[in-house]
Structures are given as structure tokens and as C-alpha cells.
Design a protein around this ligand. Structure first.
Ligand code: FAD
Length: 421
């Protein structure tokens, strides 16, 4: 353990996405000046990718935040570069341009690589594919195509955005009274968004039915050509005019670090890399099977907690990662808020669905530190005033609506959760 009077622990956080930023914010709060953090990333901005699903529909684009500002608010140094390899014995990271960065604790948060699962489909990975999906919508509106399938490929993927794209497309067709539109959703999930548990999944099934979307569940899809989605094992398929699919996610293996199946980093329940030394990992790039921003944040919190202990932060002890899924589903005409405990029973009592925010601030990525921080950063960037230090972030509570109504019995929180609490 380091002595507070001694030099701060050198922490290198690689990756400036959800997990990387949540790690920096959590470290600032938990360990303060006991750590000197560096963020290594090729990016200059943090983009809130979950909102990119709106971009094909000409709705507001995803928010972007300057990383220079975020790192300054966290008392961290921003190092532009790409992690290429790690020497775990010397505790040195090397960048693609051969710069060496010494660390005493390393948190790897590189996300996953989105790979095209079906060459004959339009793959939606985020903002870079918004134009292609927008073009498809224009063809739908122009009457050049009628039948669209939205497909979740087998393997690692976060399915929620394909539900959003399908629901928003159906809403667009309904609002324009387009005739004869057929929208299908194909997924290997046994229930729609079944990972959120029974109550939430039932509500999503109802949404799909109300929107006129045909759900093909428990189907492993193949897309042999632009007009066919076939189901596996051999049990038919559907003919369509176009297919929109999510990418298949694989890891970003780093030379010198262990890697599990498909290049993901193997982690234990404190998010320490298994077989690593003073290395933690968080987010989509780890072997944890659910690739979601809220989960990435919870992993980052566990990693930051463990690093804060190494830094000698008083009153901090390692806390295993206990995943809770929180999802905001854009339906085209509104939002649904979904929540479920992942481990220890995604049963009925743990599955909650509401038309009102279940957590505050009401963010799409429910990070304990990231969501309140970005809410204050929004206000600060708009007014030109400084941001409060991480950990001192005041969270304004303005419910502004009636108390949340739950469709589920036995909501464990009894109401809205404060993410920064
Ligand atoms: C369309 C879409 C909608 C989504 N909707 C939701 C949602 O509603 N709610 C939700 O919670 N989640 C949602 N997700 C998932 C969520 O975006 C991810 O789970 C989350 O971003 C993962 O965080 P991460 O930090 O692991 O990876 P990322 O956020 O991808 O960040 C990884 C970072 O590492 C950087 N990097 C990569 N390689 C290197 C390298 N070698 N060296 C240094 N840096 C590197 C990248 O540039 C990036 O900045 C959605 C995803 C998509 C694509």
C-alpha cells in the first residue's frame, strides 16, 4: 500500500470510452491525490454512442464531450495514442508509436471491435452507419422497399439498439401512413430483451406487437443474400427487401496480456485480469458476456475500487462487481425504462419496467459517476462555468413528473435510484 505522503500511485487507464471515463471519475472520488492517472486514447472526444440510434431518423445527434476537459476535471493527464503492448513484469505499456509509459496499476478499457456479421446486410455500429440506415428509410418512404428485417447476430452483441431501430422505423411508417410495410425482428433471444427479466420482456413483446413488428425469437440467423434471412438450425426463414443487423463483437487483444475466447480479456469478479499483475479491465473488451454501457461502468467502479485500495485510500475496500442492468429503450414515441439484477435471479421480482425514469440523472448509460458528471458537464459547457470536481458532483433532483409507475411487483428500490448516491 502506498503512503499518502509518498508519491501518488501511477495509474494508466487505456481507452477513453464509457469504462475508461468511469474509472477516472471513480478514482478521483475514491483516491483523490493518492493516484496520478493518465488516460491513453486515440480519441479527442467522448461520444455517447447509445444516442446514435436516433441519427438515421434525423433526431438529435449523440452528445460529444472534449476529453481534454474531462481529464482536466479528473486531475488526469491526457496522452494521445494507442496501446499496442504491455510488459507486465517491467510494468510498462507501449503505444503504437513506440512510446513507453510506466505504470503501477493499469486499467484496460479498450471496448470491443464491432465486426460485420452479414456482408449482405446494413450493419449498424453507431454514427458511422447512420447515413446508410437513413438511406434505407428514405427508400421505405419512397415506396422502393416494403419489408425490412432487423437482425441480432449470434455471439457477443448488445441487442437493445436493434429493438430501438425496429420500433422507430415502425413508428416512422405509422406516422407517414406508409402502406404495406412489414417489419421483422430476428434474434436468438428466447424472449424479447429477455436479459431484463420477465416483466420487462413482456412489456417489450407488447411494444413490438403494438408496433406491428413480427418477432422471430430463438432463431440463429444467416443472411445469404440481401433478400433472405434464414433461420438455423434449418427451420425456414423470411424473404425481405433489406436487412439491418448489429455487428458481432470481438475483443481487442493486447500483446503481453492474457486473452480469452475471441480476444476478450479474462477478468475475475473484482475486474482484475486473470493471470495479470496489477492489471484490471472493464467494459466491452472483457470476457463478461453482457456488452453494455451500464455494465461497463459497474466493472470500472469495481476496478477503480481495487486500484484505490492499492493506492492506500482510506475507508475503501475491494467490492466485487454485482451486475445490475439498467436500460432506456427508445420506442419512437417515447421511452421505456428497464432494470434487472443480472446475477442471483433475473426472476420476476428483479425485473422492472416503467414509463418514467428509474434512475437519476435519467441517462442512457447508467454510470454511477459518469451520468451525474455528464449532466453537470452539459450545464457547465452551456454556461461556460467550471465543472464541480468528480465526487463533489451535486445531482439536481427534479423529478418533474408523477412518481414512477411500475408494472412489476416487488421493485427492490421502492422508487427512483440516485446513480451518484
Ligand atoms: C448503437 C449502440 C447503442 C447502444 N445502446 C446502449 C444503451 O442504450 N445503453 C447502454 O448502457 N449501452 C449501450 N450500448 C453499449 C455501450 O455503448 C457499450 O457497452 C459501451 O460503450 C462500452 O464501453 P467501453 O468503455 O467498454 O468501450 P467503448 O465505449 O467502445 O470505449 C473504448 C475506447 O477505447 C479506445 N481504444 C480502442 N483501442 C484502443 C487502444 N489500443 N488504445 C487506447 N484506446 C483504445 C476507443 O477509441 C474508445 O474510446 C450501445 C452500443 C451501440 C453501438
Amino acid at each position: 500500500m502506498s503512503d499518502p505522503a509518498q508519491t501518488p500511485l501511477k495509474v494508466l487507464v487505456a481507452g477513453g470510452g464509457v469504462a475508461g471515463l468511469e474509472t477516472l471519475l471513480a478514482l478521483r472520488d475514491l483516491a483523490g491525490d493518492r493516484v496520478q492517472a493518465t488516460l491513453l486514447t486515440p480519441d479527442t472526444e467522448f461520444v455517447v454512442r447509445p444516442w446514435t440510434v436516433q441519427e438515421p431518423f434525423a433526431r438529435p445527434v449523440a452528445q460529444r464531450y472534449p476529453l481534454e476537459r474531462v481529464t482536466a476535471d479528473c486531475g488526469a493527464v491526457l496522452h494521445a495514442g494507442t496501446l499496442a503492448s504491455v510488459d507486465p513484469v517491467a510494468q510498462v505499456a507501449r503505444t503504437a508509436d513506440d512510446t513507453e509509459i510506466a505504470y503501477e496499476a493499469l486499467v484496460v478499457a479498450l471496448g470491443a471491435q464491432p465486426q460485420v456479421a452479414y456482408p449482405h446486410a446494413t450493419t449498424f455500429r453507431g454514427g458511422q452507419d447512420a447515413e446508410a440506415v437513413h438511406g434505407l428509410l428514405q427508400d421505405l418512404e419512397g415506396g422502393y422497399l416494403r419489408r425490412v428485417a432487423f437482425v441480432v447476430p449470434p455471439g457477443a452483441a448488445w441487442p437493445l439498439p436493434i429493438y430501438e431501430l425496429a420500433l422507430m422505423t415502425a413508428e416512422r411508417a405509422r406516422s407517414l401512413a406508409l402502406p404495406g410495410i412489414e417489419i421483422s425482428l430476428v434474434t436468438s433471444e428466447e424472449r424479447p430483451l429477455g436479459v431484463f427479466g420477465v416483466h420487462a420482456s413482456d412489456a417489450v413483446a407488447e411494444l413490438l406487437a403494438d408496433a406491428g413488428i413480427t418477432a422471430h425469437l430463438g432463431r440463429y440467423a444467416d443472411v445469404p443474400n440481401q433478400n433472405t434471412v434464414s433461420f438455423h438450425p434449418a427451420d425456414g426463414g423470411i424473404e425481405v427487401d433489406r436487412v439491418v443487423a448489429l455487428p458481432h463483437l470481438v475483443g481487442r487483444p493486447v500483446a503481453g496480456l492474457p486473452s480469452a475466447d475471441e480476444g476478450f480479456l479474462p477478468v475475475d469478479d473484482t475486474c482484475a485480469v486473470i493471470g495479470g499483475r496489477n492489471v484490471w479491465a472493464a467494459g466491452d473488451g472483457t470476457s463478461f458476456p453482457i456488452k453494455q454501457g451500464g455494465i461497463a461502468s459497474q466493472q470500472a467502479d469495481a476496478a477503480a475500487q481495487a486500484v484505490a485500495v492499492v493506492a492506500g485510500a482510506p475507508g475503501v475496500s475491494p467490492a466485487p462487481f454485482k451486475p445490475t442492468l439498467r436500460g432506456m429503450l427508445l420506442t419512437g414515441s417515447g421511452r421505456k425504462w428497464l432494470r434487472a439484477a443480472v446475477a442471483g435471479g433475473a426472476g420476476e421480482a428483479a425485473s422492472v419496467v416503467s414509463e418514467h425514469a428509474l434512475w437519476w440523472p435519467p441517462s442512457k448509460v447508467a454510470g454511477r459517476y459518469l451520468a451525474p458528471y455528464l449532466a453537470t458537464l452539459d450545464a457547465s459547457l452551456a454556461s461556460g462555468t467550471p465543472t464541480a470536481a468528480a465526487g463533489d458532483v451535486p445531482v439536481e433532483v427534479d423529478l418533474g413528473h408523477a412518481a414512477p409507475r411500475f408494472h412489476a411487483e416487488g421493485d427492490p428500490s421502492g422508487g427512483i435510484e440516485m446513480l451518484g448516491g
